[in-house]
Design a protein around this ligand. Structure first.
Ligand SMILES: [Fe+2]
Length: 278
């Protein structure tokens, strides 16, 4: 007997006005939709699964989250609309500028993005001769050390992000018109837990709401100082997003898009055209 049947023995679920929900499983995650329209999860996912591939010689398999373990969960606060945060995530133009130091090993001249249905898939390699320099996490089995960074961004607000040492989810949650939370769940090879850092107590910096898990605090920059001098990707992005939010609130106009900003146009078309797939 299930707990529900045990606790509600006389309940007729058909009388509760419950709406059917559709479920989908992909990359070790469960997706739920309460939209009325048909089409199903596979139609929404479109040809995204076909984009999962190897990117570098010596890579024996694509990232497989079922082989990894969760080693950190961080929730960040960003005083900007969720669409600004999303556009920042998928934008390729700011990468060598805003992250000139923090992502200085990236070869952004060879970045590639591909639309897949409403979604986007992306890869950019490291500069020639570079390799993962993340001393905290081991290189994932099957992934070469010179793997750059890839993501599958799923409309409207979640991405799976991949490096040589990690696989993480980047979930943008709208809180208010000018406020978002970003939940990052970090996964790594199981052997990472053999070298977990000592807990670091103390208050979290202002842009961090929670940081838990074996490596949660390690991937939070609490050094203080100006975000643009932090050499921390997340702090740099939050700073930029909040500046864009302030600019839009002040009535700033939007300029032309650079070639590496083309994913933003794809995203904006999805927002403007969105209707549940029928
Ligand atoms: Fe960024």
């Amino acid at each position: 007997m299930t707990l529900g049947r045990d606790q509600f023995p006389d309940l007729d679920a058909g009388c509760l006005g419950l709406r059917p929900a559709r479920l989908g499983l992909w990359r070790n995650h469960v997706f739920v939709s309460a939209a009325d329209a048909g089409g199903g999860f596979d139609k929404w996912l479109a040809d995204m699964p076909a984009t999962i591939a190897t990117h570098e010689p010596g890579q024996t398999r694509p990232h497989d989250p079922t082989r990894l373990v969760e080693v950190g969960v961080m929730t960040f606060r960003c005083r900007a609309n969720w669409k600004i945060v999303t556009e920042n995530f998928i934008d390729g133009y700011h990468l060598p500028l805003l992250h000139a130091v923090s992502l200085g090993d990236g070869d952004f001249t060879r970045q590639q993005w591909v639309p897949a249905g409403r979604h986007i898939t992306f890869y950019r390699p490291l500069k020639p001769g570079m390799a993962a320099n993340d001393r905290a996490l081991p290189v994932i089995d099957g992934i070469p050390p010179n793997y750059g960074a890839s993501y599958q961004w799923l409309f409207p607000n979640i991405a799976f992000f991949e490096t040589a040492t990690s696989w993480s989810t980047f979930h943008v949650i709208p809180v208010a018109a000018d406020l978002s939370e970003i939940v990052v769940r970090l996964f790594a090879g199981p052997e990472a837990l053999d070298h977990a850092p000592a807990p670091s107590p103390g208050p979290l910096p202002d842009h961090v709401i929670t940081a838990s898990g074996a490596f949660g605090r390690l991937f939070v920059d609490g050094s203080g100082g100006h975000a643009l001098e932090s050499e921390d990707v997340m702090r740099e992005d939050i700073y930029a997003c909040e500046a864009v939010q302030q600019g839009l609130a002040a009535g700033s106009t939007i300029g032309p898009l650079a070639r590496w900003e083309t994913p933003l146009a794809h995203f904006q078309r999805q927002v403007l055209d969105f209707a549940p797939l029928g």
